[in-house]
Design a protein around this ligand. Structure first.
Ligand code: SIN
Ligand code: CO
Length: 400
């Protein structure tokens, strides 16, 4: 793989070939070859005895936070369709949120991994798929009969049943027409082909565009491990903004051969030709593309706020404590690389030698032993800045 010079230890490489309970006994390599982005897979007891590390009360509290994206969906009976779905957007007050005894509602809380270490750890179990593709953990809480209706997603998703039971119906139908005038994207003609009841620990993988409908059988909680696949239009638009800051087009419009005009409002061919020629000078090379992609893919979501330490250690104290401890990236930090650039939270810089080796290790493992950093003064400066910004945390214990 070009640009990939980080050597994972042998154990990590072998993991990719080892059967995983999480994938129903398939190795990560087999799953990617046979199912990923291709066909659905039901995995009974993907996480045996799964006890959701996020309590219902914690989820309800997150739905009341300003910096957390949440939606409350209620189904109502309707004369036009079997149901209508009513959507409200958070943050909610405690009084807005239904009790688990009520029926036909579901609360969806997005990006729980950014706020809860347990959800972040769960997301990390899927790191056989690159961080550039992992999106977030969304958790849904539902009263009996609750769900978001038959729909399809444009992204791959693992639906992990966390508590209670949910019935999932799926269909590989080509008819993806939607009910008009509904605030949720609901399929007009959902024709289920397969159906299962998922128990805690069971997981269903769905590639994009597979129609599905999940209905809570009693109160339940479902975790969606979602993936990121920006459309090219979005990438193109952001790339053009990026280029705007980097292009250098020399010269200025000039028309020494101009003739007198009988139609002064006309934008003549001279304008068209000269500007066309000048704009042909907008070029980018692989380095510009790499830097753009790295900054774009490592930019946290717009609602992300970091929490810097209240009383940060001085640079000297930080360096001292680092020797005995380790660093852990904050769950909100996005760190990627492509030689010789390191990208972190939308910023890029060049790293070489031992600094680069250690930073790539931090990016891949999301933590780093402090002992190996001694004497790397520039690296310590950088890490101290990240620590002061809340991008990375200093842990006093050594890594297990
Ligand atoms: C849910 O958890 O109810 C919705 C998840 C999905 O269908 O993508
Ligand atoms: Co869905």
């Amino acid at each position: 793989m070009r640009g990939f010079d980080y050597t994972r230890d042998m154990t990590s490489k072998l993991q990719l070939k080892r059967p995983l309970t999480l994938l129903g006994g398939l190795s990560a390599q087999e799953f990617l070859r046979d199912y990923w982005h291709k066909k659905p897979l039901l995995i009974r007891q993907a996480i045996p005895g799964f006890k959701p590390p996020v309590a219902q009360s914690e989820l309800l509290a997150l739905a009341q936070q300003e910096d957390v994206e949440s939606r409350l969906i209620r189904q109502r009976r309707s004369k036009v369709a079997a149901h209508t779905w009513q959507v409200e957007h958070g943050p909610f007050t405690a009084a807005d949120l239904p009790s688990h005894k009520q029926k036909h509602w579901t609360l969806l809380v997005q990006g729980v991994n950014l706020h809860h270490a347990g959800a972040d750890q769960l997301l990390q179990q899927f790191n056989f798929i690159p961080y550039t593709r992992l999106d977030d953990v969304m958790i849904s809480l539902a009263g009996d009969g609750g769900g978001v209706g038959p729909h399809f997603d444009s992204y791959d998703v693992f639906l992990l049943q966390a508590a209670g039971q949910r019935q999932w119906e799926i269909s590989t139908q080509c008819d993806l027409a939607l009910v008009e005038g509904m605030s949720l994207k609901i399929l007009k003609n959902f024709q289920p082909e397969q159906s299962w009841v998922l128990e805690p620990g069971d997981m269903l993988y769905l590639p994009p565009h597979v129609a599905h409908n999940g209905v809570a059988l009693g109160a339940c909680m479902t975790w969606s491990i979602g993936f990121r696949a920006p459309d090219y239009q979005e990438i193109g638009q952001v790339f053009l903004e990026y280029l705007a800051d980097t292009i250098a087009l020399p010269g200025r419009y000039a028309d020494p051969q101009r003739e007198a005009s009988a139609a002064p409002a006309w934008i003549d061919d001279d304008w068209m030709d000269r500007v066309d020629k000048a704009l042909q000078g907008i070029r980018w090379n692989k380095s510009a593309l790499r830097n753009f992609l790295g900054e774009y893919l490592s930019t946290p979501k717009p609602s992300t706020f970091f929490s810097p330490p209240a009383k940060p250690l001085s640079r000297a104290r930080f360096a001292q404590q680092l020797q005995r401890g380790h660093l852990a990236l904050d769950a909100r930090t996005r760190m990627l690389y492509r030689n010789p650039e390191i990208f972190v939270n939308g910023e890029s810089f060049t790293a070489r030698g031992q600094d680069a080796i250690l930073l790539k290790q931090l990016a891949n493992e999301r933590h780093l032993k402090g002992a190996g950093i001694k004497d790397l003064e520039v690296l310590i400066d950088t890490l101290h800045e990240w620590y002061c910004a809340g991008w990375v945390h200093l842990k006093t214990s050594s890594l297990p």
